[in-house]
Ligand binder design. Structure first.
Ligand code: ATP
Ligand code: MG
Length: 649
């Protein structure tokens, strides 16, 4: 007879099956985007629970962002394994630290620091470092890097030199700010995010009783997105494990996007060496995206430099073909945003739900143009990482109005009708959406409240307004925002692990992706490439990539399309895919160095693409080409021209 967990192995490929059903002990899944890593770990957990190998409460699953942890919880709930804890490293540490605080420190537990930059400012003043806001932000992120990398203030100067850090000021001075920051923070009895992890690890390392209690409670650990673990998080993970080895990790080294904050894929890649008895599984079949999208992803990542061994897996698409990824160039950002919003409107009209569409960008400031363009076309949207629903002012005001009206509701009147009436009379809800990027958002919030009322009425037809208000209070406490069925606007960092039917990657200009400060820094540029890879691999069927030649019309320095698009835009028919194209039939000019087709400013002025050095002597290059073709007898070719030979092959 089939066991309780039989259904959990249905629809898995043989490699996924091996990882799901491996006995308790170390398991490592090394695989590319969309190959089912998250699916595999959630099934594995559910399988272990269903077969009685472990109780749900004994499993701790961790990942890096609240969004991703929420995604894990949703998937676990769908598999009947909702008793399993799925949290971010920080949320898990916070809970544990609060619990153990009386035993390891005593007294009331310290609060999380508010106004961290203010303390950094005081520390910088003490160390006579710069205190303007940019300088403080740079110092704050450098201190975060040091703490995540387990580098103490006294070790900082040597470590910064060894790792060739681009330090925000002389290393000795940064170390002095770091030391002063720690002192001030301790004196104020507050903790920053890194302290949560460190104090929890130390509590387990130094207090045998605490460790024993913890380890009798949690027996099985699972980490998603393990490629982004920092040395500090790894230390906490080791403290959780102790001498045990019941650890499942999954990750993709090509999606490491937090090395700037101390993350390193080496723990993932070294896992099989650290646990030689581990079940190691490699997945290559991509179940998320069309073969065309998979091929773009493969192509982009094949161009990566210094890829560690173990990250060179090619994805193999499993889905039927869809539309080719498309590319478009625009004069300025508003034009790009308007075109993207127009495309989205067509997709929605053709039946794609807005919640299945995402616009992804490199920096949050890019979101504004898209919010405006979507609003103009009456398309609902939500910004990831925006203010939480129940924290919004209009929602809080509306709840006060509903609470005030609750005692007046006459029995027998329909709760949804009453809710709508109260919000109309006292919170300014209108039938039609109002104009403006803020008023519209507030209107959406009020409408979402009506949606919640309808949701409650559907499951509890006799619920009255008082019951609805109580339900809202419960939700507000749990901080569960209602699902807004809109287009998602998110940064590439926030999009990791998620997927949509249609994805618009926007602002693909040099200086934005790769970001300006990565210029001339190969390590940083490669991280930008991986970020682009994360973006491409979020799309199931429609992938659209665009860029603008200027920020606003006629202003600022002209931009060029991202160097990462080099080789991605197919040579065969790029013209039909470029918006605002030149005359039909006109031959596209090509880069004189490497021969790729050129667009916009590149085409008219430079005659070289973004990837080729601008100081190449074109005449000599032509001679080199002829020389290579055996057409010229030229023997002495200057060394610097020979260097560019690499670009020719
Ligand atoms: P990422 O690296 O982006 O986090 P991932 O490896 O975690 O991706 P999942 O999100 O688990 O991938 O899976 C990607 C998509 O493929 C999901 O929609 C999932 O349901 C689907 N999928 C995974 N495995 C299979 C399978 N064996 N058969 C059909 N669909 C699958
Ligand atoms: Mg995943």
């Amino acid at each position: 007879t089939p066991g309780p967990g039989t259904g959990l192995v249905e629809g898995l490929d043989p490699e996924q099956h091996a990882a799901v059903t491996a006995p308790r002990g170390p398991v490592c899944v090394l695989a590319g985007a969309g190959t089912g890593k998250t699916r595999t770990i959630t099934r594995r957990i559910a399988h272990l629970v269903a077969d009685g190998h472990v109780a749900p409460g004994q499993v701790l699953a961790v990942t890096f962002t609240a969004r991703a942890a929420g995604e894990l919880r949703t998937r676990l709930r769908a598999l009947d394994a909702s008793g399993v804890q799925a949290r971010t490293f920080h949320a898990a540490a916070l809970r544990q630290l609060r619990y153990f605080w009386p035993r390891v420190v005593g007294g009331p537990h310290w609060q999380l620091v508010e106004g961290k930059l203010r303390i950094i400012g005081q520390a910088a003043a003490r160390a006579r470092a710069g205190t303007d806001s940019d300088a403080l932000r740079d110092l704050a992120s450098e201190i975060e890097w040091a703490k995540s990398s387990l580098v103490s203030p006294s070790d900082y100067p040597a470590e910064a030199a060894r790792r060739k850090r681009d330090t925000p000021g002389p290393a000795e001075q940064v170390a002095a700010v770091y030391a002063a920051y720690e002192e001030l923070k301790n004196a104020a009895e507050v903790l920053d995010f890194d302290d949560l992890l460190l104090h929890t690890a130390v509590a387990l390392e130094e207090h045998a009783g605490v460790a024993e209690e913890f380890r009798s409670r949690y027996r099985c650990f699972v980490v998603d997105e393990y490629q982004d673990v920092t040395p500090l998080q790894q230390r906490l993970l080791d403290a959780w494990l102790g001498e045990r080895d019941d650890l499942t990790v999954v990750g993709d080294a090509n999606q490491t996007i937090y090395t700037f904050a101390g993350a390193s894929p080496r723990y993932l890649l070294d896992f099989p060496r650290r646990f030689p008895e581990a079940t190691v599984v490699r997945l290559q079949r991509d179940y998320r995206s069309t073969p065309q999208i998979v091929s773009s992803a493969n192509q982009l990542i094949a161009g990566a430099r210094n890829r560690p061994a173990g990250s060179r897996l090619q994805l193999i698409g499993q889905l039927p073909p869809g539309p080719d990824p498309d590319f478009s160039e625009h004069d300025d950002e508003p034009a790009e945003a308007a075109a993207v919003a127009g495309r989205i409107k067509t997709l929605v009209a053709d039946g794609t739900p807005p919640s299945e569409i995402a616009i992804l960008f490199r920096i949050n400031a890019q979101s504004e143009a898209y919010e405006q363009a979507l609003t103009e076309l009456g398309l609902p949207y939500q910004v990831r990482g925006g203010e939480r629903f129940f924290a919004r002012q209009e929602v809080r005001r509306a709840m006060i109005a509903l609470r005030g009206a609750a005692p007046d509701q006459r029995p027998g009147t329909d709760m949804v009708t009453v809710t709508r009436a109260v919000l109309t009379a006292r919170a300014g809800l209108t039938d039609e959406p109002p104009q403006g990027a803020t008023a519209r958002a507030q209107w959406e919030s009020l409408l979402a409240l009506v949606g919640l009322a309808e949701e409650l009425a559907a499951v509890e037809p006799e619920a009255d307004l008082a019951r609805f208000v109580a339900e809202l209070d419960t939700r507000a406490d749990a901080a569960h925002p209602p699902v807004v069925q809109g287009v998602t606007l998110a940064s590439l960092h926030a999009a990791k692990g998620l997927e949509w039917d249609a994805v618009f990657l926007v602002g693909l200009a040099d200086g934005t992706l790769p970001i300006q400060h990565a210029e001339g820094d190969e390590t940083a540029t490669e991280e930008e490439r991986r970020l682009f890879y994360v973006g491409i691999t979020r799309a199931r069927r429609v992938l659209s990539m665009s860029w603008a030649l200027a920020r606003a019309s006629g202003r600022g320095r002209p931009r060029r399309r991202s160097r990462f698009l080099h080789g991605l835009i197919p040579d065969s028919h790029p013209a039909s895919r470029i918006a605002g194209e030149r005359r039909p039939g006109a031959a596209r000019p090509k880069c004189r160095v490497c021969g790729t087709p050129l667009f916009g400013t590149e085409a008219t002025k430079l005659l070289r693409c973004a990837d080729c050095p601008s100081d190449v002597d074109l005449e000599l290059l032509d001679r080199l080409k002829q020389w290579r073709a055996g057409a010229a007898k030229e023997q002495s070719v200057p060394a610097y021209v020979v260097l560019t030979d690499a670009t020719l092959t």
